[in-house]
Design a protein around this ligand. Structure first.
Ligand SMILES: Nc1ncnc2c1ncn2[C@@H]1O[C@H](COP(=O)(O)OP(=O)(O)O)[C@@H](O)[C@H]1O
Ligand code: SF4
Ligand SMILES: [Mg+2]
Length: 340
């Protein structure tokens, strides 16, 4: 997919598609009774189609329960899709067996939301960051210890702290440890699942900036997951807004933030502080009400209709297709905002 951007991507010179996702689906079966008969399914991810170019940052944004983490786990093949296809670097990885996945484990890495539970408390930082080398049996020029110390330095940690344990570090430092581990094998794609939302607001920007610096240095491709549009604003090249397992809107950063078309995006943006007071007033009127409905039995037609202030009869009966309404800007809505 070619898109126009005036974000950081324009400066970074994006390559060809690295990741191509087509109709991606994950339904978790719900089983009941002695025979464990399937009585339904959690439609966590329900037909995602998008691509990410080499060197690009695509952000996935939506409220809790929209299927972002499930998408991240599918892309890194921690779980297997129920339907659809994932291609990495031209290779179909949707249903690779565990043994075929081994080389893939180097190429695709995930940074987890919680830097507390994703690091083994009984292992030293050296063991944690060096684990990928051992697991993948990778030879390092001057030994694993030196490689680990280089990585610690790279993420802004003291390389002398090699023998310390996770609890001796702050939350931000622990997330840096996680990032160092992720970088060990020079992955092509990093999926970062809300990498800063468990951290103090005061240090969120530092970690986001670190990820951005590392991207520039190593030409990394990111899928960045966030529940809040403000966190990813300046690091995203493109943003996909998810709701109940589907993409509601996808566009380059500038179009999405300045000319949002989907009412859900508009509502999410109303939670983002903006300096312009006249616009703020307008946005406050459309603050989101209630919670995300259950993905076991999602609303008919447009999945957002139970919470949308623009909903009409047609929204309950007919699902709007995700279509391009401006160059590089797709939205799934019968009554989009800001459309030509
Ligand atoms: N292993 C699982 N089994 C059943 N349901 C799951 C599983 N993992 C996630 N879900 C459900 O799928 C939906 C999407 O979850 P998730 O991908 O974690 O969303 P998000 O990261 O956007 O909060 C939620 O309703 C969640 O309860
Ligand atoms: S299709 Fe209807 S309910 Fe869905 S977002 Fe658009 S206006 Fe709202
Ligand atoms: Mg999540």
């Amino acid at each position: 997919m070619s898109t126009q951007t005036d974000g950081p991507a324009a400066e970074r010179r994006l390559g060809e598609d690295l990741l191509v996702v087509d109709g991606l689906q994950k339904h978790f079966p719900i089983r009941r009774g002695l025979l464990q008969r399937q009585v339904g399914a959690v439609q966590a991810v329900d037909g995602l189609t998008f691509s990410v170019r080499r060197g690009e940052t695509l952000s996935l944004v939506g409220e809790s329960g929209c299927g972002k983490t499930t998408t991240g786990r599918l892309l890194t093949r921690l779980i297997e899709p129920t339907g659809g296809r994932i291609q990495l670097d031209g290779r179909d990885i949707s249903h690779l067996s565990t043994s075929d996945m081994r080389p893939l484990r180097r190429d695709v890495q995930m940074i987890f939301q919680d830097p507390y539970s994703s690091l083994n408390p009984r292992h030293t930082v050296g063991t944690i960051v060096g684990a990928p080398f051992r697991l993948q049996k990778v030879q390092t020029e001057n030994g694993v210890k030196k490689a680990v110390q280089d990585l610690l330095e790279l993420v802004g940690l003291n390389p002398e702290h090699y023998n310390r344990y996770p609890h001796e570090f702050s939350g931000g430092q622990r997330q840096r440890i996680g990032i160092a581990r992720t970088l060990a094998l020079r992955p092509k794609l990093i999926v970062a699942d809300e990498p800063v939302s468990a951290l103090d607001v005061s240090i969120q920007a530092q970690v986001v900036n670190l990820l951005e610096d590392l991207q520039n240095e190593f030409d990394l491709t990111y899928v960045m997951i966030a529940h809040d549009l403000s966190v990813v604003r300046h690091v995203s090249d493109r943003v996909a807004v998810m709701y109940l397992g589907k993409i509601m809107e996808i566009a380059d950063r500038t179009s999405l933030y300045e000319r949002p078309m989907h009412p859900y995006t508009v509502a999410l943006l109303s939670a983002v502080p903006i300096p312009d007071t006249s616009r703020r007033e307008r946005r406050e009127r459309i603050r989101l009400q209630g919670d995300v409905p259950s993905p076991i039995n999602p609303p008919s037609g447009c999945r957002f209709h139970t919470r949308c202030w623009k909903a009409q009869e047609v929204c309950k009966t007919t699902e709007p297709a995700l279509v391009e309404l401006a160059p590089g800007h797709q939205a799934a809505c019968h009554f989009p905002e800001n459309a030509a």
